[in-house]
Ligand binder design. Structure first.
Ligand SMILES: C[S@@+](CC[C@H](N)C(=O)[O-])C[C@H]1O[C@@H](n2cnc3c(N)ncnc32)[C@H](O)[C@@H]1O
Length: 331
């Protein structure tokens, strides 16, 4: 096997595009989530955090729920050849298990792991290589939030004779629904399947459910991972305090999200590319948010985009769900 890996880099992740997004994050005091996965150091920290806290790794029932969804998806896709597109693939462990499930059913598989991070697509590719031929794996670095021509780009990666399954695991929570859902729906072609997971608020009382999961985010590994962004800019731990809170979706969707803000307790100044950013005492910068859904809310939000949930798998804890979807008109 060649020691050279070919990785496609979309213009949305060109150095200039990334620079502009970075400056915008500092100007608006709202950090684009992609900057938490940027460097090899952050990727390593996130992978460690995922390994320690992600229910898909730590909760047997959650892993079984994903496995059931993989078997369900493989059952429904009636094709001898499937191209799996992993959007925001991260380390690609879930995609690798899904590829294995498809292959065990005798399906010929191809894979496009896609993420903003070069390190992540390479890790995801590596995870898939026990199942697929390297020639059938096409890593793509791309920003889903800004790559307007993504439908055409993905079409180039995919042989029209192959069925297409798009995965979007653990991604919905970190995007404003009004931004990401139309994009996701716009990627789907009539015969494509979409398999995605969402973090849920457990129990009947939505607001209480979101409050209940708050401690899941407030731990040393998550703090360490999120603070890397600021520390790498020269901000010091003692310049402020990182606080987690629950807030309503400012866009008025009725959803709630866990958010993390760094509140400055002493003035700090950061300089990037000749632009200076002054943080005053009492000012805060938002580092992160994670929306919590319910199965009903997921169905309603997707329905507004013409996407129908065909089947869903919910963990016993009611904290995570996997949804198999298709464009409504395709049935
Ligand atoms: C929460 S992780 C989910 C990873 C994986 N799908 C899983 O379930 O384990 C989020 C992933 O999305 C990627 N990401 C963040 N912002 C993105 C964007 N705008 N476009 C594409 N990928 C993005 C990150 O690099 C990271 O790998």
């Amino acid at each position: 096997m060649s020691s050279v890996v070919h990785v496609g880099i979309h213009a949305s992740q060109s150095p200039e595009a990334v620079r502009q997004d970075f400056l915008r994050s500092l100007r608006t005091r709202q950090v684009n989530h992609k900057f938490h996965y940027d460097s090899v150091k952050q990727t390593q920290k996130w992978l460690a955090l995922h390994q320690a806290y992600s229910p898909s790794r730590t909760d047997e029932d959650c892993a079984a729920t994903y496995n059931a969804s993989f078997a369900g998806a493989a059952e429904r896709i009636n094709s001898s050849s499937v191209h799996l597109v992993g959007l925001g693939c991260g380390g690609g462990q879930k995609d690798a298990r899904l590829l294995r499930e498809l292959q065990q059913k005798g399906v010929r598989v191809a894979y496009t792991p896609s993420d903003v991070s070069v390190a992540m697509v390479l890790v995801a590719r590596e995870a898939a290589l026990s199942t697929i031929d390297p020639q059938r794996c096409h890593p793509l670095v791309c920003d889903l939030a800004s790559a307007d021509d993504l439908p055409a780009v993905l079409a180039e990666y995919n042989d029209p004779a192959e069925a297409r399954l798009i995965t979007f695991f653990g991604m919905i929570p970190n995007f404003e629904p009004q931004l990401i859902l139309p994009r996701l729906a716009g990627l789907l072609r009539p015969n494509d399947y979409l398999l995605f997971s969402a973090n849920l608020a457990p129990g009947r009382d939505y607001a209480a459910g979101v409050q209940r999961i708050l401690p899941l985010y407030d731990n040393a590994l998550t703090r360490d991972w999120l603070m890397t962004f600021l520390l790498d800019l020269g901000v010091e731990q003692g310049d402020g305090e990182l606080r987690f809170t629950v807030e309503e979706d400012p866009a008025g969707s009725g959803l709630r999200r866990v958010a993390a803000y760094f509140h400055f307790v002493r003035p700090q100044r950061v300089q990037v590319d000749g632009e200076r950013f002054e943080f005053k005492v009492g000012e805060a910068i938002r580092l992160f948010f994670s929306y919590r859904h319910t199965p009903e809310r997921v169905r309603a939000l997707l329905g507004m985009q013409g996407v129908e949930v065909l089947e869903e798998w919910i963990t016993k804890s009611e904290e995570e769900g996997v949804f198999l979807c298709r464009l409504r008109a395709a049935r």
